[in-house]
Design a protein around this ligand. Sequence first.
Ligand SMILES: Cc1cc2nc3c(=O)[nH]c(=O)nc-3n(C[C@H](O)[C@H](O)[C@H](O)COP(=O)(O)OP(=O)(O)OC[C@H]3O[C@@H](n4cnc5c(N)ncnc54)[C@H](O)[C@@H]3O)c2cc1C
Ligand SMILES: *[C@@H]1O[C@H](CO)[C@@H](O)[C@H](O)[C@H]1NC(C)=O
Length: 535
Amino acid sequence: MARKVAVIGAGVSGLISLKCCVEEGLEPTCFERTEDIGGLWRFKEHVEDGRASIYHSVITNTSKEMSCFSDFPMPEDFPNFLHNSKLLEYFRIFAKKFDLLKYIQFQTTVLSVKKLPDFPSSGQWEVVTQSHGQERREVFDAVMVCSGHHIIPNIPLDSFPGIEKFKGQYFHSRQYKHPVGFEGKRILVIGIGNSAADIAAELSKKAAQVFISTRHGSWVMSRISEDGYPWDMVFHTRFSSMLRNVLPRTVVKWMTEQQLNQWFNHENYGLEPQNKYLMKEPILNDDLPSRILYGAIKVKPRIKALTETAAIFEDDTVEEDIDVIVFATGYTFSFPFLEDSLVSVENNMVSLYKFMFPPQLEKPTLACIGLIQPLGSIFPTVELQARWVTRVFKGLCSLPSKNTMMADIINRNEKRTDLFGKSQSQILQTNYVDYLDELALEIGAKPDIASLLFKDPKLAVKLYFGPCNSYQYRLVGPGKWEGARNAIFTQKQRILKPLKTRALKHSSRFPSPFLLKVLGLFTLIVAFFFHFQWF
Ligand SMILES: Cc1cc2nc3c(=O)[nH]c(=O)nc-3n(C[C@H](O)[C@H](O)[C@H](O)COP(=O)(O)OP(=O)(O)OC[C@H]3O[C@@H](n4cnc5c(N)ncnc54)[C@H](O)[C@@H]3O)c2cc1C
Ligand SMILES: *[C@@H]1O[C@H](CO)[C@@H](O)[C@H](O)[C@H]1NC(C)=O
């Protein structure tokens, strides 16, 4: 049984791993390269080597009720989508509340993690760290890799012939901090992920003209869904997840397309995905369509070549006098401190069991946390990962045989490419609710809705038709939290609280006895076939 655990990185994944270790009675030590917690979410004016870098205006794309840890709801008055500084504040309160800082060694970089010679029997690792020029070796029973995957910029310069001639300024989105200095410029943003759309929309308010060049296009969603509720509260319910799984794919895709085109027609705006039948991650951006409608942003196809001052596109159109090119072309990842073979990407596939365990290890004493891109919030996802991993370390949960794990990796990857496509940017993509339930099942924290239907029907209905939030995974099993049921029932209150800044005297309420609710539910189910999104 493992006792001493090394946690690499004190971002979100590292913090939640620490909490889970402590709760399981393990002895964690966290090594963090920088002087503070928060990882990606700690904004700095200057880019730092080896750490993710965000622009000043980053706002979460997952809502607060869907992004909080399962036994620690965000403060009532926090807005529903958080500025990065506010999210960092949440992580600070969280770290303080669970007294996590004392386990972290700051300004300490992990240089290498190697198996001890007797690894097949001991499962132990030698971890070499460096702090203020001093190297240290220490033996650990287990390792949690929480070092993030938005650090190494991916700029495929080969795909942009002529870039070496280009006289203007060009940089990766990682370098972008503010719209200052871009006034009156003609700017070309390459890519169509969340960062590309954010940066293009922000710059388009100052620039003379912004262009977005995209090969594949993308669906765009608003953070605001039906009745003004956050999109993910509506999208991520067990019921809709079940429907997406059981209905024929063509039906689901058709409905999704109808729904996504309701806000604006993606074809008219030049954004329609090339392969619209893929569930490739939509981007969340409320400004992009309006900026396109104003003409401040123009959507262009793939770039064929660049000259000293111009961009030539696939359709042979040319845009002259480009001053700035922003490569919002995403990231690649690597773990320089691990042996190459441990976490490898081959044939567009990550060799990890459930995105966590290298299957070839004799002992399951090393896991990656947060090396995943769920369709929903990453925070509840990494929490369940950490809860499971720590129980595996303790020997309370076990992994199947190497062959079974390999088969699962391949099988999962086939499903993934079928759903999300083969693009390099999608290799970590996974369904949200399904993945959470899968992990919860491993630790015995998945609520049994069928049996709840008799014991606590109100709760059962909420669990099935309501938003699939993290509190659901604290109702039963190890780590059960007494406040979980209440947190589920008071969620709406916390969503509305920050909006109630102008008290209205006469708020009339529609009476809703049980029968009406049943009727309402029926209508909703019918409405699904026309709308897809509902509460
Ligand atoms: C612009 C942007 C917006 C996003 N918005 C959302 C969102 O709204 N909702 C959502 O769910 N997800 C979002 N994400 C996904 C994001 O990956 C997660 O939110 C989360 O921050 C990942 O946390 P992490 O702890 O895994 O990694 P990081 O936050 O990158 O933390 C890794 C830590 O490890 C440290 N480290 C690295 N290497 C070493 C080493 N060798 N030794 C010691 N320490 C090391 C780093 O210094 C860092 O502190 C967003 C990502 C980006 C890029
Ligand atoms: C939110 O944005 C980040 C950064 O682009 C991305 O990695 C993540 O997948 C997005 N989340 C959702 C649910 O779209």
